[in-house]
Every structure is written in structure tokens, then in C-alpha cells.
Design a protein around this ligand. Structure first.
Ligand code: ATP
Length: 587
């Protein structure tokens, strides 16, 4: 799949999260600019009001100027400036909010797209809870960062510049006093910045980890309940919450200390400023109105500088989230289909040649020199002890993982050199634990199919032995089946899964047979459905049922990652080797 624009921004600015953030707004720069201009207009009252107030005070206290006319004139100016704020604020918000919200949804869309491309082993490694936390929580932190940085920093910088400029124009002495705040604030920022960044990063990782555990726990509730392990589960999570408490507490303390130190320093400055301008007024250098004016501007300067300081934790958190999202968007563990030829037709001939496999995070080779020739339409059953490597072979055949040595040929094409998506259009996978989603039965069966005719649907339902089940349901095919299909029985779920495979009319089927025991009636129904499904298609089954094994064209016995026997049922029974032993054991 093509890299999204957001992915490109991440790849180009891997080390610099601030550059990434700015880059994300490409296409919105003009909107942001107009929003900033409107902000300046809407904010004019904040700068003009102190002057107008000073004029009114001076007109009232010093019998100079225009008296009542000055008071009225300044009042009218103030009213106009205040009222225009409502309109300009509306358009200012409209523009920047659209920009920020579109980046927010763009980030989520890019993450989802990337998740669909990442290799299956990588996804398993990352855990769904952590991924979910990145998609929801981190993107939200980036959105908060954007609005804070844009709205607050604009507010801060514009206020600061105007207050300082007016003061400089009126009194350079007071101006010099004002800018003394800069080194003080810089010092405070330097002292706290690194601590806040580290603390934020630790807290974010802890949250992600806990998120993963919580999702896992929710999925495990029935198992925990069935084994009376509720308390253990609660304890396990409580331990994680304790970690969050410690890390979050540490973060809060640093942030709060940072806030209070800066607040106290600036309040002290404000008191000094009042004393300083008061003395200047006593000496007659400035008027009483100007004392109020400078005090107001100084409050603006102080508030602006302390706002920059209070913004820092949010910025640190947001930039940490920019990094966190980048972990996914720049991950290289993707299924690479770029520039690989698509296959137009699949017959279903497989040649597995000298295949070995080792999981990336392990130094143990799981599969050794697997060699199998499978003809179009044949059914191959893999049997063997648990952990012998059967599911790993299925994952290799789907292309979720690639052989570390050897190769797999599909109709003569090396699977590593073709666009696997073109093969998977002709493939149906029926996993051991049926994966259903919380829609209707119809939606679950026709998942990913653009259109299905009534006759086709009926044929599939009959073949999957689902017709009777559907007929008994009040809403028929439109019955909602609950999360993961919880409202269906295990056997019914398996048959829905078989129907989903059937409707795709695949050329190749990969089937990890469910191990759970079913009653003989249900077992018979499933076996009939499976027979229809596999008929005339190349099928690979991890087989547990006797009937499946009996019906397979070939049986491959896997032992410790090696294929120790390969042949028909009768051949393997005749040679009285491993398969014979396994059968004896089962019986
Ligand atoms: N992601 C992984 N990382 C490392 N080792 C793994 C991973 N997945 C599986 N294994 C190991 O690979 C071996 C083969 O596993 P596999 O799931 O293929 O066995 P299986 O024959 O299908 O077992 P079962 O019949 O119980 O499903 C096991 O020893 C397992 O521990």
C-alpha cells in the first residue's frame, strides 16, 4: 500500500517530534494563518482597555483633558472592541478547530491503515491494548497539544509583545524592569524540563502496558470466573494500577512544583512592580492612571510567561505522544507487496521445499527441512503432538510469516516473490477459534464480499448446515450475534465460519480444526459442512477429528518440527510408524 502523507512526514522527520507536528499541518497552514489574524483582532480589547482605563482614571482624577467627553469616548471605544470579539472569536475557532480536528482524524486513519499492513507477528508482539491506547489516547494528546500550542501560545506571544511594545514606547525604565522576568523564567524552565519529559515518558509507557493488560483481563473474565481466579486477576491489575499511581504521582508532583515555583516567583515580581511604579508616581514621573496601566500590562507579561511555563507539561506530553504514534507509523515490520507481481489465477498446487522456520525473537528453529508436494484439489491433514509446529506451517502457507530457509511454491511461483494479496483473494481461512464480530449473521458470513445473490447465500447456508439454525431464529440472517458471536453455540459459530469460507468460493483452504469436543450430532453437521467446503479445493487442515483424518488425501505427521511421515491413511496405517502410534494412543 502507498505511504500516507502522514507516514511520509514521520519518516522524513524521525528524530524531531516538533517538526513532525508542524508537518502534520501541511495543507492547513493558510487556515491557521487566517485564524491567527482573527485572533489578533479579537484580542485587541486586552491591549487597548488598559489605555482606555488609564484615560478614564486620569480624566476623573486629574482635571486635565476633555473630562466627561473623554470618559464617554473611551467607554464607546471599549464597548465596540468588546462586541467585535464575539464574531471574530467564532471564525477564529472555526478555522483552527477544523485544522486540528482533521489532523486528529488523519492520524487515526493513518494508524489504522498501517495496522492493516503490519505483519501479523508484529501485531501480536505489540498487543491490542497498547495499539488501542496509541490510536485513542495518544492521538487525543496530540490534539490537545495542537490546540494548546496554537491558541495559548498565540495568546501568550501576542499579549507579551503588545504589552512590552506599549511599555517600551511609554517608559523605557519600566520596560527594562519588565524584561527581567525573562531570565528568571528561562531558569525555571531549564531546571524542570528534562525531569518532566522523563516522567511523562515513563507514565505513558506504564499506561500503554496497563491498557494491554486491562483488555486481556476483560477477554479473560469468563475463564477467570470459571476457575474462581477473580481475586488473582484483580490483584494482578491492582499491581499495575499501583505502578500507574507511583508514576502518575511523581509526574503530578514535578508538574505542581514547577507550577508553584513559577507562580510564586512571578507574584513577587508583580509586588515589586507595584512598589516600583508607585514610587515613580510619587516622584511625579508618571500619573496614577499610568500606575494602573503598567500594573495591568505587567500582569499580562507575568501571566503570559507563567502560561508558557504551565504549557510545558502539556507540550511534553503531546510530543511524547507524537513519538508514541511514530513507533507504529515508522515500524518497518510490514508485509511488503510493493512491486511484486500479482497472480491472476490460482490452481492450488503447492511445493514446500526444504522449509525451515525460526521465530524472530527466538533462537530455536521450530521447523526443519519440510518438503511436501501437494496437488490441486488435494486435502492434506497435519497431525502431530501439540507444539510440534502444525500451526506454524499453516501461517507459512498463508504468508503471515516467511521461511527462514527454503521456499514455498504456489503453482510454480515462489510465494516470497508474488503479491500475496492476489493469492489471498482465492484463499479462505477457518481458524481454530472462530473470529466473529458483533454484527448480524449475514454480515459475518458475507464479510468482505461486495455482493452476494440470494441463491448463492441459500446454497452456502445449506452446505454449511446452517439453514435449520437460521430458520429458527426470529430475525433469521439479520439476528445480531453479540460480541465475538457470543449468542451462538460453539458448533454454530464454527459453521458460520465455514459458511464465510464457502461463500468466497476459494481455491485454497486453510483450516485449523477446533479441538473442543462437540456432541456427535453437531460433529456430524460440521463434518458434512467441511466435506462440502474442501471438495475440489486444495485444503490444509490441522486435523483432530478422526473423520477428517480419514477423509484426507494425504496425511503429514509432524514431530518436533520435522515431517516424519507423509502418505495416505492406508499407507501410513500399513507401515505402522508414527501415525499408527498416534492413532493407537487416541483410541
Ligand atoms: N511467536 C512465537 N515466538 C516464539 N515461539 C513460538 C511463537 N509461536 C509459536 N512458537 C513455538 O513454536 C512451536 C510450534 O508452535 P505451533 O503453534 O506451530 O504448534 P502446533 O503444532 O500448532 O501446536 P498445537 O497443536 O498445540 O496448536 C511451539 O514450540 C511454540 O512454543
Amino acid at each position: 500500500m502507498e505511504e500516507s502523507f502522514i507516514q511520509q512526514i514521520y519518516n522524513r522527520n524521525q528524530k524531531n517530534s516538533f517538526k513532525v507536528l508542524v508537518g502534520l499541518y501541511k495543507g492547513n497552514y493558510l487556515r491557521i494563518f487566517y485564524s491567527a489574524v482573527l485572533f489578533i483582532i479579537k484580542h485587541i480589547p486586552a491591549w487597548v482597555m488598559p489605555i482606555a482605563i488609564a484615560n478614564v482614571i486620569n480624566a476623573a482624577t486629574i482635571q486635565a483633558g476633555g473630562g466627561i467627553r473623554t470618559i464617554y469616548f473611551n467607554a464607546i471605544i471599549m464597548v465596540i472592541l468588546v462586541l467585535q470579539n464575539i464574531v471574530t472569536n467564532y471564525y477564529h475557532t472555526k478555522l483552527h478547530s477544523y485544522a486540528i480536528r482533521s489532523v486528529e482524524s488523519g492520524l487515526r486513519a493513518s494508524l489504522i491503515k498501517k495496522l492493516q499492513e503490519l505483519s501479523i507477528p508484529y501485531q501480536k508482539e505489540m498487543q491490542s491494548g497498547r495499539l488501542q491506547s496509541k490510536i485513542m489516547r495518544d492521538v487525543e494528546a496530540v490534539q490537545t497539544l495542537s490546540s494548546q500550542v496554537f491558541v495559548s501560545s498565540l495568546n501568550i506571544f501576542v499579549n507579551l509583545i503588545v504589552a512590552l511594545a506599549i511599555t517600551l514606547y511609554n517608559s523605557p525604565t519600566v520596560f527594562l524592569f519588565f524584561i527581567l522576568t525573562v531570565p528568571i523564567s528561562a531558569l525555571i524552565i531549564v531546571i524542570f524540563r528534562k525531569k518532566i519529559k522523563t516522567s511523562n515518558s515513563e507514565f505513558r509507557q506504564e499506561m500503554e502496558e496497563t491498557s494491554a493488560r486491562v483488555i486481556e483481563m476483560i477477554e479473560l473474565v469468563p475463564i477467570a470466573r470459571a476457575h474462581a481466579l477473580e481475586n488473582q486477576e484483580v490483584r494482578r491489575l491492582n499491581h499495575r494500577f499501583q505502578q500507574i499511581l507511583t508514576k502518575g504521582f511523581h509526574l503530578d508532583i514535578i508538574q505542581s512544583l514547577f507550577g508553584s515555583v513559577s507562580w510564586a516567583s512571578f507574584q513577587l515580581f508583580q509586588i515589586i512592580c507595584l512598589v516600583f511604579t508607585g514610587i515613580l508616581a510619587l516622584r511625579g514621573s508618571i500619573t496614577p492612571g499610568e500606575v494602573v496601566m503598567y500594573q495591568t500590562y505587567f500582569t499580562t507579561v507575568v501571566n503570559s510567561v507563567s502560561s508558557i511555563i504551565t504549557l510545558i507539561p502539556t507540550i511534553a506530553k503531546g510530543l511524547e505522544s507524537v513519538n508514541s504514534i511514530g513507533e507504529i507509523l515508522t515500524a518497518g515490520e510490514v508485509e511488503n507487496h510493493e512491486n511484486k507481481p500479482k497472480i491472476k489465477q490460482v490452481d492450488g498446487n503447492f511445493s514446500i521445499q526444504q522449509v525451515c522456520y525460526r521465530y524472530p525473537n527466538s533462537d530455536q528453529t521450530i521447523l526443519h527441512d519440510i518438503n511436501l508436494e501437494v496437488k490441486q484439489g488435494e486435502t492434506v491433514a497435519f497431525v502431530g503432538e501439540s507444539g510440534s509446529g502444525k500451526s506454524t506451517i499453516l501461517n507459512l502457507l498463508i504468508g503471515f510469516i516467511q521461511p527462514t530457509e527454503g521456499r514455498i511454491l504456489l503453482d510454480g511461483h515462489d510465494m516470497s516473490s508474488i503479491d500475496l494479496r492476489s493469492f489471498r483473494h482465492h484463499l479462505a481461512v477457518v481458524p481454530q477459534s472462530t473470529i466473529l464480530f458483533s454484527g448480524t449473521i449475514l454480515q459475518n458470513i458475507t464479510y468482505g464480499m461486495p455482493s452476494v445473490t440470494e441463491e448463492e447465500l441459500k446454497r452456502v447456508l445449506l452446505a454449511a448446515n446452517l439453514w435449520d439454525v437460521i430458520e429458527k431464529l426470529p430475525d433469521g440472517l439479520n439476528t445480531r450475534i453479540g460480541e465475538h458471536g457470543d449468542k451462538l453455540s460453539g458448533g454454530q459459530r464454527q459453521r458460520v465460519s465455514i459458511a464465510r469460507a464457502l461463500i468466497r468460493n476459494p481455491k485454497v483452504i486453510i483450516l485449523d480444526e477446533a479441538t473442543s469436543a462437540l456432541d456427535s450430532h453437531s460433529e456430524k453437521k460440521i463434518q458434512e459442512a467441511l466435506n462440502t467446503l474442501c471438495h475440489g479445493r486444495t485444503t490444509f487442515i490441522v486435523a483432530h477429528r478422526l473423520s477428517t483424518i480419514r477423509n484426507a488425501d494425504k496425511i503429514a505427521v509432524i514431530e518436533n518440527g520435522r515431517c516424519v511421515e507423509f502418505g495416505t491413511y492406508d499407507e501410513l496405517m500399513f507401515t505402522k510408524g508414527k501415525f499408527y502410534e498416534l492413532k493407537q494412543l487416541q483410541m
